[in-house]
Design a binder for this molecule. Sequence first.
Ligand SMILES: NC(=O)c1ccc[n+]([C@@H]2O[C@H](COP(=O)([O-])OP(=O)(O)OC[C@H]3O[C@@H](n4cnc5c(N)ncnc54)[C@H](OP(=O)(O)O)[C@@H]3O)[C@@H](O)[C@H]2O)c1
Length: 259
Amino acid sequence: MKKQIRIAVVTGASSGMGKEFARQLGYFYKNLDEIWVIARRKERLEALKKQCRVPVRVFEGDLLKKQVYKEYYRSLKAFCPDVRMLVNSAGFGKSGSFTDIAGEGKKIQTDMVDLNCRALTRMTQMTLPWMSRGSRIINLASAAAFCPQNGFAVYAATKAYVLSFSRALGSELRHSGIYVTAVCPGPVDTEFFSVSGELTDPLKKLTLAGAKEVVRKALTDSRRKRSVSVYGAGMKAARLGAKLLPHSLILKAEEFVTK
Ligand SMILES: NC(=O)c1ccc[n+]([C@@H]2O[C@H](COP(=O)([O-])OP(=O)(O)OC[C@H]3O[C@@H](n4cnc5c(N)ncnc54)[C@H](OP(=O)(O)O)[C@@H]3O)[C@@H](O)[C@H]2O)c1
């Protein structure tokens, strides 16, 4: 009988934290046969083949369109893999007031919802039937999930969805031995800011973390079956603050800082 291949799947693997997950996974899970990577920039995904310990299979495509899901599903059916890990890292943010961003382009905010929430949910739904006891799901939420944010309204709301969804899914799946971790970093030094707009907030600049460190902690927390992974003392304090303080007060403070 043909041996079932053991794989990990990483969306948004062409840069930033997704790329770092693809690189580090081979060290955390020594018995992976392949890593399947998904993003739009094919040449970046192809370059990963030289940077990963484990053979890489490339799925080039836009997660806002149907085609890449069709190809992914076709491959799942063809290989019947044991998916040991799914990392949903594809996502983007756009900073600015809701009305200003709406003026920049009709689809930016709805695309943010579609990629950060719908695509992540769709990938999870498609992949779960191929996961088994001991498998892991890692979803990239953000510290922006902890409370509403002026000037990042839609992005923070999408990440609140990811955090809430991940925690409930993890609770539902615990009996089947599949563990879900929501990763909630503060600002991380990646290409994220070339899309969202430059990082200007001095407080955020001060807490800027490295992708390598955030990903290493996320993989360690996932191994420890933690439902939430928060990197750094600053973000842990922010999480606690968001639990203790009224969100109306935080919004007022944010308004004051961003003026
Ligand atoms: N950097 C931060 O400060 C920070 C903080 C907290 C949470 N996060 C979250 O962490 C995740 C990873 O972000 P990052 O910092 O690593 O940013 P990044 O370097 O910009 O990476 C984003 C990834 O998403 C992929 N992507 C974007 N749109 C896509 C689409 N329509 N279809 C398929 N793939 C798409 C990009 O690939 P292609 O362009 O090649 O398609 C890229 O690989 C995101 O969910 C982000 O919201 C980031």
